[in-house]
Write a protein that binds this ligand. Structure first.
Ligand SMILES: [Zn+2]
Length: 347
């Protein structure tokens, strides 16, 4: 692995801040999801009495006024994060494996998250730099197997003013349906008609070759990769995909899973794809396994290596599945980490 972003401290990451206009708390239409709620009356220190629901978690839901994208500067580059929606996971115990008895529930409770209903965001990053427009992953494409809460990338790209034919490069971090299935439309035509598609050779072989009969997504992934077969380029560890964007092998989740360093004018951002699937569980317990990991032990070792680098070098990073827009930092907390979302200024 050779990537010059590995050395040196990068305190200036994201110093330009996120200049989007996402008013997450601006609307009264925000939703509140309760968990383990029980009626109770609390007493404030001046003796005033307020009605609260004990044990409630606060969850801001999307609504029609929500702008599903945000944009910020990174050196001379412009980074736009566009939401594809979210994957509704339901019971987190079915997805996040390998923790000790009670650890998963405690992590969610201590993070003020529902213990019974988990969601994974779908954050698609678009980088404009050096005359190219590079998009990382393509969402679910509205796959009915994943459901209607995801697959909104094309509509949301339009609100961000990004035309599909303006994308010059699509980088696929790995061969899973929530990243691949936006490549082609229902008629089998490429969505990003002018884009070269970049993917690791290992994962390309996995999804463009003979479909795995045990994987219900395999036929559709193969169909979509076939639709773009004339424009596929292979990416390799330590090599630049396009100028300023370096691929870094991050095997385990899939064997060809890659993450990416983006560098512009001395500023650095990592696109960490599926290095961790959940903002609290994977940072507080880097040893956790995700149910879809191909080699879970390998992925834990990969995650520990890159999380150590992100915390030590104070790198800013994007996670595909952390809450929108999924951009922030990792702070070290003893043997694990805390995710610190980047500040969002509205003006
Ligand atoms: Zn994923």
């Amino acid at each position: 692995m050779v990537w010059k972003g590995r050395t040196g401290t990068r305190r200036d990451v994201l110093q330009a801040g996120i200049a989007g206009t996402v008013g997450i708390f601006a609307s009264s239409a925000a939703g509140i999801a309760g968990a383990r709620a029980e009626d109770r009356t609390s007493t404030a220190n001046d003796g005033a009495r307020i009605e609260v629901k004990s044990g409630q978690t606060l969850q801001i839901s999307s609504h029609s006024e929500f702008q599903p994208w945000t944009r910020f500067r990174l050196g001379d580059a412009t980074v736009t994060v566009v939401s594809d929606g979210r994957i509704a996971m339901g019971d987190p115990k079915k997805w996040f494996l390998g923790l000790k008895e009670g650890e998963l529930e405690a992590t969610l409770r201590e993070s003020f998250l529902s213990e019974t209903d988990a969601s994974l965001a779908q954050n698609v990053m678009i980088v404009d730099m050096g005359g190219r427009r590079v998009m990382f992953d393509t969402g679910t494409g509205g796959s009915p197997l994943i459901g209607p809460t995801a697959g909104h990338l094309r509509a949301n790209l339009a609100t961000a003013g990004i035309a599909p034919d303006s994308v010059t490069d699509v980088i696929i971090s790995h061969g899973h349906p929530d990243h691949v299935l936006g490549l082609a439309d229902a008629d089998g035509r490429p969505v990003f008609v002018n884009a070269q598609v970049h993917i690791s050779e290992i994962d390309h072989r996995m999804i463009a070759g003979e479909p795995n009969p045990a994987d219900p997504f395999a036929p559709e992934m193969k169909r979509q990769m076939t639709a773009v077969a004339d424009r596929v380029a292979m990416i390799a560890d330590g090599r630049q995909v396009v100028p300023g964007i370096t691929a870094l092998a991050a095997p385990g989740h899939t064997l060809g899973h890659m993450i990416f360093g983006i560098e512009s004018a001395g500023h650095t951002l990592l696109n960490t794809a599926d290095l961790g699937h959940h903002q609290a569980i994977f940072t507080r317990h880097p040893e956790v396994n995700f149910v879809a990991d191909m080699d879970a032990a390998m992925m834990v070792a990969t995650r520990r290596r890159y999380y150590d680098m992100i915390a030590t070098d104070r790198l800013g990073f994007l996670s595909y599945h952390f809450p929108f827009p999924g951009v922030g930092h990792l702070a070290r907390t003893g043997t694990a980490y805390a995710y610190i979302p980047a500040s969002l200024d509205t003006v």
